[in-house]
Design a protein around this ligand. Structure first.
Ligand code: FUB
Length: 301
């Protein structure tokens, strides 16, 4: 199915765009990646309609595009029914990420392992040799999880070493992954230097500088903040807020370069008016000479 943001292509000329970008189903927490087939992919949470709550989020879809304008829904890639170790009642498939290393795509997602959901988060892993299908359950990252620890993000660095980040509440943790991309080399450590961290960690690299973006704690109106470091595991230097509230109580985003332009992927609730029926949005993201991120201008229609 094709859906999409027909206006983004000409936004700079017209100063208008079309957001949300994904309109065929409700989606949130977009993790965008450019793989070596030249396409850009969005791995997102899927808010289920009619809304009941986040317990109903029980499956993931992937979207792909060749031009940032036309988006193809590649279909469902994993549901809570596919997870052997998960909460018996299913649901709670929250913000995911995907990484590629040595011919394998690794799909990471937070999911509880028992009925006491917020105390039993684990970071599940599914793998495939394709970016948007064929994922099979590989269990979870040993030693990770527990109360409110969600939202995995994985950075594969230029030297092919890989780092995982996650967190929630007020703590953000990071650590290096082993070659298997499932276990950790030396465990996790707290990411130092972030201000007002809440959740939604995302790490990317630009011009040799690491950026860690995240959602803050502003009540019912989370914003996106960021910090930078010369090292993938910090310590981090706090740099500021770059996305103001979207009108949704949660915020969650990813930053990626595609064909020479940087973009911010995030979500709002513009279609439904409900915080648990969210929609993925896309806007241009620009940097200043000193590497700081310019405040993103949200295009609303
Ligand atoms: O989508 C479920 C949760 O809401 C995510 O894991 C958080 O980051 C927030 O967006």
């Amino acid at each position: 199915m094709t859906t999409g943001n027909q206006g983004l292509q000409t936004k700079r000329q017209k100063t208008t765009s079309q957001n949300p970008a994904i309109t065929s189903i409700y989606t949130a927490d977009p993790s965008a990646h450019v793989w070596n087939d030249g396409k850009i992919y969005i791995y997102a949470s899927h808010d289920m309609d009619p809304a009941r709550g986040c317990d109903l989020m029980d499956r993931y879809h992937v979207f792909s595009s060749e031009d940032m304008v036309h988006w193809v829904d590649e279909g469902e890639i994993l549901s809570s029914d596919d997870v052997s170790w998960g909460r018996p009642e299913g649901g709670f498939m929250w913000a995911p990420d995907c990484a590629y290393k040595n011919g394998t795509y690794y799909f990471y997602y937070p999911h509880p392992s028992d009925s006491n959901w917020n105390d039993s988060w684990k970071i599940g892993v599914a793998t495939s040799d394709k970016p948007a299908s064929g994922f099979t359950d590989q269990g979870y990252v040993p030693g990770l999880g527990g109360f409110a620890l969600i939202d995995p993000c994985v950075l594969v660095d230029d030297d092919n070493s890989a780092y995982m980040y996650y967190g929630g509440g007020s703590v953000c943790l990071g650590g290096e992954l082993n070659e298997d991309m499932i276990s950790l080399k030396d465990g996790m450590k707290e990411m130092e230097g972030l201000e007002d961290f809440h959740e939604a960690a995302w790490v990317f690299k630009r011009n040799g500088l690491y950026y860690l973006t995240y959602a803050d704690n502003l009540e019912d109106n989370n914003r996106m903040r960021y910090a930078t470091s010369e090292s993938p595991l910090g310590p981090w230097t706090y740099r500021g807020i770059f996305l103001e509230p979207t009108g949704c109580s949660t915020t969650h985003g990813s930053v990626v370069e595609f064909k020479g332009q940087w973009y911010l992927f995030y979500h709002n609730q513009a279609i439904s008016g409900q915080g648990n029926l969210r929609s993925v949005c896309i806007d241009y993201l620009d940097f200043n000479e000193d590497g700081s991120i310019k405040t993103v201008v949200q295009t609303l229609e």
